[in-house]
Each structure stands twice: as structure tokens, then as C-alpha cells.
Design a protein. Structure first.
Length: 340
């Protein structure tokens, strides 16, 4: 264990001091001090010894307040978004390790984001994690004024909200690079409209195409998040002349709509047209889909989102409001060399 300077300076040791001295996270110290599940016997002994060594004494008032806490993290998610289900699974795992439970509230065509958040607040959630929120900035700012907010997969100008997102522009650049290496030039991007991340993906597509000297081939078609919107865009692709030889869809759901239209139109994928998605959701990994896609690290994003929410609740100093996670490119069976 490291020496603890704070104790020598006569300051009252904190949970963070115990964590630094024991070489573990503050969340883990909190688990031990609350006698909650999530720490091994060896770790408990180490933390308790560290607390004794530096003279840490739990604050009785804080302990009383904690007893009235819900220890619930609220999660707003899209009911029909396959990638959100991957994120939720990761959030459950990370929250359990931190000694928190999770309350879910879905957004659907018949259920607004505002209603979803209202239910989380009614459940006495201490912080909320919003997956791909599309609410107006003013509404999010009002929410941030009530409790810690972590937005996943959306840039926010609201300075008090935390953001964990993938480098969307970089992800589309990887897709363009892959297709260009296969000889493609007529590469179309099916847009996500106003969806979180869509503007970054558009920018990444245009920048990458220009970098490869393909500015005259830039073609952004209206699309969206759903299979239906992907299918509509695919029908536009089939009427475009010259017909594109590759498609980069906004997400995997959109890409499956594209694949469906191509299959019904007897357009071979990837022999006639290559298709790339975005997310690497469970949908993309199905054997009969086997979609080449830009992978977002759902487990890492979920872990970081929970860690940031817990850090805010524990009053820890957080240097940066935004965490950007690099994407990876996953090659499967929907891309091939440009047709001769």
C-alpha cells in the first residue's frame, strides 16, 4: 500500500483517500464500507486495513443519508434499437459491480423520451443514463439541473451533462477506407437524419471520400434508424444511375432494410453491391446476416457510462465531460471487391 499524504496533513481522510491508499477504485471502497456485495474477502480486508491505517472514519450523517438512497441508476433506451440492448446488458453488469441496481424505461413510437424520463424520476433514480437521446437541448438542461445525467452516443452542448460516445466520424472513415481498398468509388451513404451521431457520420463520409479523391462520387441519401427507412433508401439506390457499387448505412438496423430490398430485387450482396452497417449489434452478428459493420464497443461504453454516473454521485472530480471511444471495423460477408 502507498503512503497517504492527506492524513499527515491533518485533513479528514475520505473514501477517495482510502481508495488511493489501498490501490482500488472509490466505488469498490464504497461497496466495502456499505458491506454490499461485489468485493472479495481479500479486497474487503485490504480496504478495511487501509481505512484503519489512515484513520478513516465513516461520516455518520452521510451514512444516514445513504440509507435513504435508492441506489438506482435509471436507463432510457430505444425499445426497437438492437444496439441499445447490448448497451443495457453492459450497464447491468457494470452497475452491479458498483453496488447499484438498474431501472429501465423504454422509448417507443407511442412513448416519448419525456415520459420515459418521468418514470425514472418517479422511481427515485439517483442518476440517469440516456441511450441515444434526441430530446431538445433545453429539456436535457432542465434534467441536468435535477440529477447527474450521462448521455450515450450523442454530443451535447450542455456543459453539465456527461457524454460517452463512439468516434462516429472515424468509424465511417474506416468503412470508406475498406471499400476503397476493394476498388469501390461509387459509394453512397444512407443518412441518419437528426439521429444522434448522424451529423458526425455524414462528415466522416464526406471527409474520407474527399481524401481518396472521390469528391465527385459523394452521394448522401435520406435514411434513418429503422429497417423501413433503410428499405426506402435502398429503393432509391436501385434507381440511381450509375448505380452505386457500395452502401454505408447509418446503422445495422437500416442496413438490414437495405439487404432485404436488394434480396427481393435479385441484387446480389456483395457480388453486385457491398453493404456496410454501423454498431456491430447482435443483428449484424446473426449468421444469416453476417454484416460487415463499424463496431462500437458496447461493453466499454456501458462501463464508462456507469463509472461516470457513480463518480458524479460520489462527488469525485472528473476532468473531462466527454469520453470518446474509438471504433473498430468488423469484416464479414456483405463486402467484396468492386464488380468488374
Amino acid at each position: 500500500m502507498a503512503q497517504h499524504p492527506g492524513a499527515r496533513e491533518g485533513k479528514r481522510p475520505t473514501l477517495a483517500d482510502v481508495a488511493a491508499y489501498a490501490g482500488v477504485s472509490t466505488a469498490l471502497v464504497s461497496i466495502v464500507m456499505r458491506d454490499a456485495k461485489g468485493a472479495s474477502a481479500q479486497t474487503r480486508e485490504r480496504v478495511l486495513q487501509a481505512a484503519k491505517d489512515i484513520g478513516y472514519r465513516p461520516d455518520t450523517r452521510a451514512r444516514m443519508l445513504r440509507r435513504s438512497r435508492s441506489r438506482l441508476l435509471g436507463v432510457q433506451f430505444g425499445l426497437h434499437n438492437p444496439f441499445h440492448s447490448d448497451l443495457v446488458e453492459g450497464i447491468y453488469a457494470a452497475a452491479e459491480k458498483a453496488g447499484y441496481d438498474v431501472a429501465l424505461s423504454a422509448v417507443a413510437p407511442s412513448r416519448s423520451e419525456q415520459r420515459a424520463v418521468e418514470m425514472l424520476l418517479a422511481d427515485r433514480c439517483e442518476a440517469v443514463i440516456l441511450l441515444g437521446p434526441q430530446a431538445p437541448a433545453a429539456q436535457l438542461a432542465e434534467l441536468v439541473g435535477r440529477l447527474p445525467v450521462v448521455a450515450v452516443a450523442r454530443r451535447l452542448r450542455e456543459p453539465s451533462a456527461d457524454v460517452v460516445r463512439t468516434a462516429d466520424a472515424e468509424g465511417v472513415r474506416l468503412a470508406v477506407d475498406h471499400l476503397v481498398e476493394l476498388g469501390h468509388q461509387d459509394i453512397v451513404h444512407i443518412d441518419g437524419g437528426k439521429a444522434p451521431g448522424a451529423s458526425d457520420r455524414r462528415r466522416g463520409y464526406r471527409t474520407a471520400m474527399r481524401r481518396h479523391g472521390l469528391a465527385e462520387h459523394i452521394n448522401v441519401l435520406p435514411g434513418g434508424l429503422t429497417e423501413e427507412e433503410g428499405a426506402a433508401a435502398a429503393r432509391d439506390v436501385l434507381t440511381t444511375r450509375p448505380r452505386p457499387t457500395a452502401v454505408i448505412a447509418f446503422n445495422d438496423h437500416c442496413a438490414t432494410g437495405v439487404l432485404d430490398v436488394f434480396l427481393r430485387s435479385r441484387v446480389r450482396v456483395p457480388a453486385d453491391i457491398s453493404v456496410v452497417g454501423f454498431d456491430d449489434s447482435r443483428l449484424a452478428r446473426l449468421s444469416h446476416v453476417s454484416l460487415t459493420t463499424v463496431g462500437q464497443d458496447a461493453a466499454r461504453i456501458a462501463e464508462l457510462a456507469v463509472a461516470r454516473a457513480v463518480a458524479r454521485l460520489d462527488g469525485e472530480h472528473v476532468p473531462d465531460r466527454e469520453i470518446v471511444v474509438p471504433p473498430r471495423f468488423v469484416i464479414r460477408r456483405t463486402t467484396a471487391a468492386r464488380p468488374g
